[in-house]
Design a binder for this molecule. Structure first.
Ligand SMILES: [Fe+2]
Ligand SMILES: [Fe+2]
Length: 194
């Protein structure tokens, strides 16, 4: 199935907002999410679309990201406000919701996958989980701990989510960077479920 043909219009929305490198990443996430959906029983087409859209706000000017974030349910989260790298996920979800009027396939499920793709959260939907892990393991990614993380994702989704969270949080901690409390909460949730 040629998903890029099915979602031509939505892809244009993303293509006009992202440079070539991030567009390639988005296509990698889309294909990975679609393949994972086939394995784990989600809708492959919807997973592909969510993958395409997950970083739609990442290259918008900061002021635009902030204006969108202020309309998000996470607008009152002081820690998100303080950390600009966390803005694009809630901002993207709001942007997708605004576009939904003319592009009805950008539905709440797709918006949710965009909203939670960076932090994760406890009890993600299947679609949210697939985009969360696909963002980290898509073919364009390369870092030393990636092979076992990829393997975990394809073996068992919960273990895979844990491995992704451990990888991301461990990396942020080792660099002395901020980790949002929700990311720790989500990790604890999935560790218990393993
Ligand atoms: Fe992102
Ligand atoms: Fe991404």
């Amino acid at each position: 199935m040629d998903y890029i043909e099915i979602y031509k219009e939505e892809f244009e929305l993303v293509r006009s907002r992202l440079g070539p490198a991030r567009l390639k990443h988005s296509l990698g996430v889309a294909e990975t999410a679609q393949q994972l959906a086939e394995k784990y029983g989600a809708d492959p087409a919807e997973a592909y679309l969510a993958g395409i859209c997950h970083d739609i706000a990442k290259e918008l000017p900061r002021a635009e990201q902030l204006a969108l974030l202020q309309k998000s349910p996470l607008a009152d989260d002081a820690e998100i406000l303080q950390h600009k790298q966390l803005w694009h996920a809630p901002a993207g979800a709001v942007l997708l919701a605004e576009l939904q009027e003319h592009y009805p396939r950008l539905n709440e499920a797709v918006q949710g996958a965009c909203l939670w793709h960076t932090l994760g959260r406890p009890a993600m939907t299947l679609l949210e989980s697939l985009v969360f892990v696909a963002d980290l393991i898509e073919p364009g990614r390369d870092f030393p701990d990636l092979p076992p993380i990829r393997q975990a994702v394809w073996q068992d989704l919960t273990s895979g989510i844990c491995a992704c969270m451990q990888g991301v949080i461990g990396f942020l901690e080792s660099e002395g960077n901020f980790v949002h409390p929700l990311a720790y909460e989500a990790w604890a949730y999935y560790k218990k479920g393993q």
